[in-house]
Design a protein around this ligand. Structure first.
Ligand SMILES: [Zn+2]
Ligand SMILES: [Zn+2]
Length: 143
């Protein structure tokens, strides 16, 4: 009870998984650069006007189920997206120029963490005009 909120956030472990439950995972620690993305890939893959992402250190992400995501390479050798081969839920992304593993926030069982609130929106030019954009609250270095 004496821990400060920051320490609690850093130590916390969260659970997540796909819709059918065949893939389950845990993530530890505080989310890095939570953001939404309205790029053409996220719109096609995510089935909506944007996806909601947060980064976690690869060593802090553990696939706890018998099977792991199936990976689809969106840019050969550079980026791939993980999904459940049974129900199709989107779960994760690996980008060669980003040290963190990208987790689809909506795959988490509890999306209420304050460190998950998006601080920016990527690919604004590709966003739909009828939805307000996420403000860049941290003057983010990446677009
Ligand atoms: Zn599934
Ligand atoms: Zn995207």
């Amino acid at each position: 009870m004496n821990a400060t909120p920051d320490i609690v956030a850093a130590a916390q472990e969260r659970t997540g998984g796909c819709l059918c439950g065949r893939i389950r995972f845990t993530v530890k620690g505080e989310a890095v650069y939570p953001h939404t993305c309205s790029c053409p890939h996220c719109k096609k893959l995510g089935g909506g006007p944007m996806m909601w992402w947060a980064g976690f250190a690869p060593e802090d992400v553990t696939w706890t189920s018998r099977i792991e995501p199936t990976w689809f390479e969106t840019f050969e050798g550079e980026a791939k997206r993980g999904f459940c081969p049974n129900c199709g839920s989107r779960l994760a992304a690996i980008d060669s120029d980003v040290p963190e593993l990208g987790i689809v926030v909506t795959a988490l069982d509890d999306t209420s963490g304050p460190d998950l609130v998006p601080v920016n929106q990527s690919f604004r030019d590709n966003s739909v005009h009828w939805l307000p954009q996420v403000p860049d609250t941290q003057n983010s270095p990446v677009g």
